[in-house]
Design a protein around this ligand. Sequence first.
Ligand code: PRX
Length: 585
Amino acid sequence: MTEKTREFMHSDIVRKDMAQLRLEPNLKGYEGLRETFKWADADKLVEWFPGGKINSAYNVIDRHALGERKDKIALIYDDGEGDAQKYTFKQLYEETNRFANVLGRLGVKRQDRVFVFLQRTLEQYVSFLGAIKAGAIASPMFPAFGPDAIKDRLLDSGAVAIVTDSELVKRVYTVKDQLPDLKHIIVAGDANADAGEIDYRAEMASASDRFEAVPMDPEEFQFMLYTSGTTGKPKGVVHAHKGIVQQTLSTRWVLDVHEEDIFWCTADLGWVTGVVYGCLGPWSCGATQVGLGGRFDPERWYRSIQDHRISIWYTAPTAVRMLMAKGDDLPAKHDLTCLRALYSVGEPLNPEGVRWALEVFDNKPFHDTWWQTETGSILITNFPEMPIKPGSMGKALPGIYAAVVDEDGNELPQGEEGSLVIRPGWPSMMRQIWKNEPKFNEYLRDGWYYTGDTAKIDEDGYFWYVGRADDVIKTSGERVGPFEVESALIEHEAIVEAGVIGKPDQLRGSIIKAFIVLTPGYKESDELKKDIQKFVKSRLAGHAYPREIDFVETLPKTRSGKIMRRLLRAKELGLPTGDTSTLEG
Ligand code: PRX
């Protein structure tokens, strides 16, 4: 351990020696910028078409391919087995053009919904961006999703096309009959023409590599992502083309992308982090990105950083904890000196994670960033030029007003816990919940956007995460709604009723725990537990099943019959049960 590291380890605050930073941060003078910055200033970071029109994908790929960066490597795609292919901006331009032409040939229209259901492959990026370029609304879907999750999303959005592969398509078939709007199944891999599947490769081969990105109104939609809330099915969070302004700015200011950087975001494109910072933002800034296929594997991760000379790394606290658990010998075996900046998102980043990174990655701490699917980009963060307070999410971006308020929307004094809220109207804010105005309106009250998180602000203006104000579960950084898991559970023949909560877990942040009332005639057993877990996994997703199950006689309910998850959680954690006056008597 160097002298300097030791100093960090014994101090609460991670201070930075600006002279030691390899590159000067893009954002300098935060306090001044908070006073002077206007969103109109950021409009200059992207290119506009005549008449104030814009296309996000044009900004992400085309403007570089048509300019000085045309031969720059845009993507280093590593299949996870060590086979890495490089693609220039010009190549991605031609590929996305071809895909936009394929959609045109199929008759896909402006703002039609096109789903991308693929593993991390070149085709995943190409179809996502090609769809946006063509004016469709692109919606990536996590490849671990099972039939129920697929059906919910495609049905609600009225998707007309899905791009998938010959393995994943099998899951689409199990629900296809219930999707009347789905006209085109495009298969990358061996397509079955007899079943009406469209062969991605054949179509791409015969499509022109020339296409003019469709000029869109800034308020038209570029992508949508389904995410979970406390109640109901997953909801479609819709983002406008205008969002690219803030997605570009935050990549510059927070992730500090410079021309020479090699950037790696570990998140899959099925999640908002993968969309915004594993695709849109870094490419819009003209950076080289690494895309790593395959599953999480510490050895492979370190090797990828070393071999691809990754300089900026954006990941999640669960991954950090898993790497920490693997020990320090593994990173020591790799040359990781290429790293210059580390970031994390998705759940609270333990102070230990920040400090561990200082030790293992030669004095480079993790910078915690905070945002949501709905916010469309990072809103609160630890900036490169600022000292880090380990455990804190940092400060709001210039242009963002964040606050902590009481139940009536009044701002609370420093140090007091309350609801984390933002003044609405930032460029990357979601524009609607797909066809569900009441749900959208639930976010807005007293002139604030309610994040659903609780937080506090310290004397230096740093935000500290406290928890969720609702029942949303964060497991390994993935957002899971208890209602979805409960719905999947009660489809099992042995289950009458189910209540689902998040239970704190060292490694995963939370795990999903289910309380189950059995159908008369069924007996509790370990086999039954396993069968139930398998059942939920196969319907919903590999990560969305209950790792713990308790069989119970009854579930606590309100008089109106709603399961009181709050009570389940309080009992599980040995906390006070609070007000139970609405409990079923
Ligand atoms: O509870 C907060 C948590 O993740 C939620 C948003 O989840 P999602 O829409 O899936 O987006 C995650 C990635 C952008 C938030 O409401 N969360 C996100 N970042 C942090 C966090 N909790 C604590 N600290 C963070 N840095």
